[in-house]
Design a protein around this ligand. Structure first.
Ligand SMILES: *Cc1c(COP(=O)(O)O)cnc(C)c1O
Length: 401
């Protein structure tokens, strides 16, 4: 009997009842726009920003329309101009190079290691090409942040963190997003809290946040923000900064506030699922698990492993066989970008030259979503199926050789 998995990889949990009630209250009020407050009412968006800043320990926070918007705003507020080069990961999601392109910047791709981290040796050879690094903690893998920051500080390179997969995570006790000048988060459905679309930008710099608030479209109503610098900070900035609307509305903020309160508990649930998969796949011949150092306090909302140096056709076999048993795996080595699995050479608007050691890693990355609607038993079953199919194909390969 071959078991088959029946769960849905794209099914997230429902919005908590408290969030639905709060959203209903906002809709009943009709005051969905964040600056549309009555009397001394405080907007949901402003409260959410204050709560998120407290959660990560930043001075300031701005709630925005998407994670991509948070990144473009951070790039603009950092002074990136048309034609400027911006360092970023070769292994990341399309909105990251897209954010650089949106401000007229030119991505300079930095390689990926077998541990799915930004290659700091490769970075060290490229630091002289740019003043800004948009660092993506892709799929929640966090590099040695002390080393990265020391390198960037020494080279005078500003770090902007893309924390789409690291909300709730930390490196050596310091929350992800608090290492760089800006931290950018997404609250899109497949991230750690879900408002359909949305995001946050955090920082400690008063002028940085004043610029970000003006950019987001504050219509000179910046005094209604709470996790924001004093109004004097805006005195000059308000005349110099264009309005590029990308605010978050009160409806999304209302949905997010109860989820944020529950974030730590959710992160534990993800990691419990991750550990079941990791255990179930340990010592599978041909399959490489990704090491997770002690300093990396990750949140595993997805699972990756490597089929390193496999023939493309054999990886394809594993994916097909797993799919037939209900297990949806994605591959970063395919010839064509599919779903969310594009990579640096798929983004043809950005110049790149081949990166052989990164190509070798990318060709082996297999990726799986891990929604919290999966139980621990589901994860054990997923591991059994993947293990069996990887083993079958791997043994077949060995025989063929
Ligand atoms: C989802 C994601 C983003 C931002 O996503 P939005 O859809 O713009 O909110 C940024 N970086 C990575 C790595 C992502 O996966």
């Amino acid at each position: 009997m071959t078991e088959k998995f029946t769960g849905s990889f794209t099914q997230q949990e429902s919005i908590p009842a408290e969030g639905i009630a709060a959203a209903n209250a906002v809709m009943q009020s009709g005051r969905l726009h964040r600056y549309n407050t009555s009397g001394d009412e405080i907007a949901e968006a402003a409260l959410l920003e204050e709560e998120f800043a407290a959660t990560v320990g930043s001075k300031y926070c701005l709630a925005v329309a998407s994670g991509g918007y948070a990144m473009t705003t951070a790039l603009r507020a950092s002074g990136v101009k048309h034609g400027d080069k911006v360092l970023t990961n070769a292994f990341t999601l399309a909105p990251v190079p897209g954010a650089i392109a949106a401000v007229g910047g030119v991505p300079v791709f930095v390689g990926v290691t077998e541990d799915l981290l930004i290659d700091l040796d490769d970075l060290s050879t490229k630091l002289d090409q740019s003043k800004v690094l948009l660092l993506s903690h892709m799929r929640g893998h966090i590099c040695d942040m002390e080393r990265l920051i020391a390198m960037c500080d020494a080279a005078g390179v500003t770090v902007i963190e893309d924390c789409a997969h690291t909300m709730g995570a930390a490196w050596n006790g310091v929350p992800s997003g608090r290492w760089g000048r800006f931290g950018c988060y997404s609250t899109q459905t497949y991230k750690h809290i879900n408002s359909g679309e949305g995001g946050f930008l955090i920082c400690d710099g008063a002028e940085d946040m004043a610029r970000a608030i003006m950019l987001s479209g504050s219509y000179m109503l910046f005094e209604k923000h709470r996790a924001a610098p004093p109004v004097e900070t805006f005195a000059k900035i308000k005349y110099e900064t264009p309005n590029i609307s990308g605010r978050m509305d009160n409806l999304r903020a209302a949905i997010l506030r109860p989820q944020l309160r529950n974030l730590a508990a959710q992160c534990e649930k993800w990691n419990a699922r991750y550990r079941v998969l990791e255990k179930g796949l340990a010592d599978t011949a041909g399959l490489r698990l990704i090491p997770r150092p002690e300093k990396e306090q990750f949140v595993a909302s997805s699972f990756q492993f490597l089929l390193l140096d496999w023939e493309a056709a054999s990886v394809g076999d594993v994916l097909t066989r797993c799919a037939a048993r209900g297990v949806e795996l994605k591959w970063f080595g395919g010839a064509e970008p599919k779903g969310f699995t594009s990579r640096y050479d798929s983004w043809r608007y950005a110049p790149s030259s081949p990166m052989p050691s990164s190509d070798r890693v990318l060709a082996g990355i297999v990726d799986m979503r891990l929604p919290l609607t999966f139980s621990l038993d589901d994860c054990a079953q997923l591991a059994r199926i993947i293990r069996a199919e990887v083993s079958t194909v791997y043994q077949g390969q060995a025989v063929a050789e």
